[in-house]
Design a protein around this ligand. Structure first.
Ligand SMILES: [Zn+2]
Length: 123
C-alpha cells in the first residue's frame, strides 16, 4: 500500500479547483484500486457528469431515448454525490453536454451506488 497525491490545474471555465489529497491505494498484481471511498475524487465535475451520462445511456437506452432529461438529472445527482458538490442545480450546459464513455472507476462507482440503492429499497 502506498500514498499518492495528485494535483491538477484549476478550471478557468467554472472555477473548479482540484483538491490536493492523499489517496490510499491497494495494489493487486498490476492493477491499482482506490480503497478510500470517503475521499472526494479529484475529478472535474464535467468529466464525471459526461461519463455518468454515457453510463446511463448504455445501461438504459430506452429511457435515454424517451426521457433524456431525467437521465441528465440522474447523472447530475450522481455527480453531486460522488464529488460532494454543494450546488443543487446543474450548470446550464449540462442539459446539452454529450455523453462520454465511462472510465472503469466511474462505472464502478455508479454501479455500486445502483446496488446500494436497490438494497435500500428492499429494506
Ligand atoms: Zn470547469
Amino acid at each position: 500500500m502506498w500514498i499518492a497525491s495528485e494535483e491538477g490545474t484549476a478550471c478557468s471555465n467554472c472555477g473548479w479547483v482540484p483538491q490536493p489529497k492523499a489517496v490510499r491505494i491497494a495494489t493487486t498484481n498490476d492493477r491499482l484500486c482506490e480503497i478510500t471511498g470517503a475521499a472526494r475524487p479529484d475529478q472535474h465535475p464535467d468529466q464525471f457528469f459526461g461519463q455518468a451520462l454515457g453510463w446511463y445511456r448504455s445501461r438504459w437506452p430506452d429511457r435515454w431515448a424517451q426521457k433524456e432529461k431525467s437521465g441528465r438529472w440522474w447523472a447530475w445527482q450522481q455527480t453531486r454525490e460522488a464529488l460532494r458538490l454543494e450546488r443543487e442545480k446543474p450548470p446550464g450546459r449540462y442539459w446539452s453536454m454529450a455523453p462520454a464513455p465511462p472510465t472503469a472507476p466511474v462505472a464502478g462507482k455508479l454501479y455500486s451506488r445502483l446496488i446500494a440503492f436497490a438494497r435500500a429499497r428492499r429494506g
